[in-house]
Design a protein around this ligand. Structure first.
Ligand code: PLP
Length: 399
């Protein structure tokens, strides 16, 4: 049996999404910016897709949703624009990000830092959560941007984005949120949240890879990252990825339709699976369930190196992860586990299981069997496990 439990890395393209995209490769391949009938065949589907993306985050018409090539590009765009508008000009010299942002944010913060910007890396608490008031504590008149993700890719922790948005609005500071892991898992409404910029990526919600978007509130326009033929209102040049945009639109529509299912049925499946995992001795989960997206579990198995566990799971056909896919080739400890200050031996033992609306109970029944076997085998050959004192672990709930 093959079981895919790495949906925070990427998701299967929904067959309905694929079906909507297909005509835009061989049949309707016109460049939407050309002036002939081949081009015009793409106009209506593009408009419909964009409307679905706007609707998915409740963006009003006057705001912009700009299609990019991925969330990494959207995140880069925000930070590079801040660099040009504020840091380079000396108007402001400070930004705030959380210490558990995705590498596509952290690497940009480091880039700004290398160019003279001060960066505050907001700490998370022992539950892996950001406390909104800490944002207020660090804002200064020189703060140009606050960037805090909506949901964390490792733990699934949903950060208090609404409160943070209000704090930023009161202080007159721009607020960006990377909502890549939130779309389709928790309701997103840019009209009731004071968000200026919001990053999305289609492949995380059953759309195609290579297409993302950046929501931009009216009046908060950014310096373009891609100059060229002035597509997307001049904000992001490059021939439009018609099939990708059509796919993202359909995927967004379906994500909204399936939100209830994700929030209830998938949550129930996740919780039942997690209960079974926690029955295994010496296992630890950082963030309480009710504070997480419904599909994610980050769990540590004391005495078992994460990579060794992945190897055993992989041999049995189960895909999971030890950290962000981008970092999974280096044997690094989990960044969130490090951020909460977990002991080194635990930081290396975290495994992330992430479900999707395609995950079934049968798959999880199989997975739990395999996990139990793997734990037994790996602990029996672990040099550290037998000698590790059991009991309370600082910063972690023990089960
Ligand atoms: N932001 C978060 C929170 C992510 O989880 C990811 C992907 O893992 C990204 C950004 C990057 O997404 P993309 O692959 O679209 O560049």
């Amino acid at each position: 049996m093959k079981v895919y439990l790495d949906n925070n890395a990427t998701t299967i393209v929904d067959p309905h999404v694929f079906a909507e995209m297909e005509p835009f490769f061989v049949q309707r391949y016109g460049n939407p910016n050309s002036l002939h009938l081949f081009a015009s065949e793409t106009h209506k589907p593009l408009k419909t897709a964009m409307e679905k993306i706007y609707a998915g985050i409740n963006a009003p018409k006057e705001d912009s949703v700009v299609i990019t090539s991925c969330a990494t590009e959207s995140n880069n765009w925000v930070f590079k624009s801040i660099f040009f508008e504020y840091i380079l000009t000396g108007r402001k010299n400070h930004i705030i990000v959380s210490e558990v942002e995705h590498p596509s944010v952290i690497a940009n913060a480091k880039f700004l830092e290398a160019h003279g910007c001060k960066v505050t890396y907001l700490p998370i608490n022992s539950e892996g959560m950001i406390e909104a008031h800490t944002v207020r504590d660090f804002i200064t008149p020189k703060t140009a941007l606050v960037s805090i993700m909506w949901a964390n890719n490792e733990t699934g922790a949903i950060f208090p984005v609404q409160e943070i948005g209000n704090i930023c609005a009161e202080a007159g500071v721009l607020f960006h949120t990377d909502a890549v892991q939130a779309v389709g898992k928790t309701p997103i409404d840019v009209q009731s949240f004071n968000v200026d910029y919001l990053t999305m990526s289609a492949h995380k919600f059953h759309g195609p890879k290579g297409v993302g978007a950046l929501y931009i509130r009216k009046g908060k326009e950014l310096t373009p990252l891609m100059h060229g033929g002035a597509q997307m209102g001049g904000l992001r040049s490059g021939t439009l990825n018609v099939a990708g945009i059509v796919g993202m639109g359909k995927a967004m529509e379906q994500a909204v339709d399936a939100l209830d299912y994700e929030m209830h049925e998938i949550r129930e499946l996740r919780d039942a699976f997690e209960d079974q995992l926690l029955e295994i001795e010496d296992t630890f989960v950082v963030t309480p369930r009710e504070k997480r997206t419904p599909n994610t579990i980050l769990i540590s198995f004391r005495g078992i190196e994460g990579e060794a566990m992945l190897w055993d799971l992989n041999r049995a056909g189960i895909a999971a992860s030890t950290g962000s896919a981008c970092a999974s080739e280096d044997l690094e400890s989990n960044p969130v586990m490090e951020a909460i200050g977990a002991e080194a031996d635990l930081a290396h033992t975290a495994i992330r299981f992430s479900l999707s609306r395609y995950t079934t109970k049968e798959e999880l029944d199989y997975a739990i069997e395999i996990v139990r076997e793997a734990v037994k085998r790996l602990r029996s050959i672990s040099s550290s496990y037998a000698y590790t004192p059991k009991g309370h672990v600082s910063g972690l709930d023990s089960h």
